[in-house]
Design a protein around this ligand. Structure first.
Ligand SMILES: [Zn+2]
Ligand SMILES: [Zn+2]
Length: 263
């Protein structure tokens, strides 16, 4: 399995997950043209995509969905409530190749990949994160959630790789340029994970299985890659002071350039 964050952050999110046989996209938050170009740039043929999975309706996750799904004629897996929130033209909605609706906790098998949607707290209609498994390898893409409840932490055990939201540094958000209401929304229980929330998960609930942790959905205004990475490394050191294995911690570029990871 291999995964590539084609883009990550408030300007757009899309994660490509591939095995030798199957490839799926989680979210399509850039224009279809940019998504196709980024796939081609990393040597991936977009016609290999088997399906598109959607986490929630925010525009940084669905911006390119309508055009991309119709262009490639690939099924779109989405929660019913999320689909109802989409604001595409009626004609476009009618021509999107919708798959059977997603339900929390119900796995979907596409070729040799199994995707499982897990309900998360976020200010959207029916937001999910996904785990992906193939041949005993498990990966989770964990962004756009206000906190990590126990049932989500449970689903994150046994992952060889974790894409983990580190949206903002709390002090930077507090002192930063956003209006008060937006600061409240971001830092709420249905907002985004801060560096501190991410670090708490690594310190308290992380099972140590993941060899790769990719910090993602970083705010360009309220975070710094070095701060996020330091928070993760300190948390790992605190949780596993005598660990003999290496956990590679990288940061997906906030500007949204592709960032790939082997598994
Ligand atoms: Zn987002
Ligand atoms: Zn969101």
């Amino acid at each position: 399995m291999r995964f590539t964050l084609l883009a990550s952050g408030s300007t757009g999110n899309a994660t490509l997950i591939e095995t030798a046989q199957t490839a799926v996209l989680i979210d399509a938050g850039l224009s279809a043209r940019t998504l196709v170009r980024r796939m081609t740039d990393i040597g991936f043929d977009p016609t290999r995509l088997a399906a598109i999975f959607i986490t929630h309706e925010h525009s940084d996750h669905v911006g390119g969905l309508s055009v991309l799904s119709r262009q490639l004629a690939r099924p779109v897996f989405i929660a019913p409530a999320t689909r109802r929130q989409l604001r595409f033209k009626d004609r476009d909605m009618a021509s999107i190749p919708w798959a059977d609706p997603l339900a929390a906790g119900q796995p979907v098998v596409i070729g040799d990949l199994t995707l499982t949607p897990i309900a998360v707290p976020h200010d959207a209609a029916e937001p999910f994160i996904f785990t992906a498994t193939a041949a005993g390898v498990k990966l989770a893409v964990v962004t756009d959630l206000g906190y990590i409840p126990p049932h989500v932490a449970h689903h994150l055990t046994g992952c060889q790789a974790l894409v983990l939201e580190a949206n903002h540094d709390r002090d930077m958000l507090r002192a930063g340029p956003y209006p008060w209401e937006l600061k409240q929304r971001i830092s709420s229980r249905v907002g985004h994970l801060s560096n501190e929330d991410m670090a708490r998960f690594l310190r308290e609930d992380f099972d140590g299985a993941a060899a790769h942790i990719v910090l993602a959905h970083l705010s360009q205004h309220n975070n710094h890659p070095a701060l996020a990475r330091l928070a993760a490394l300190q948390a790992l050191d605190a949780h596993y002071p005598h660990r003999t294995w290496e956990t590679v911690v990288t940061v997906a570029p906030a500007a949204g350039l592709p960032h790939w990871c082997p598994l």
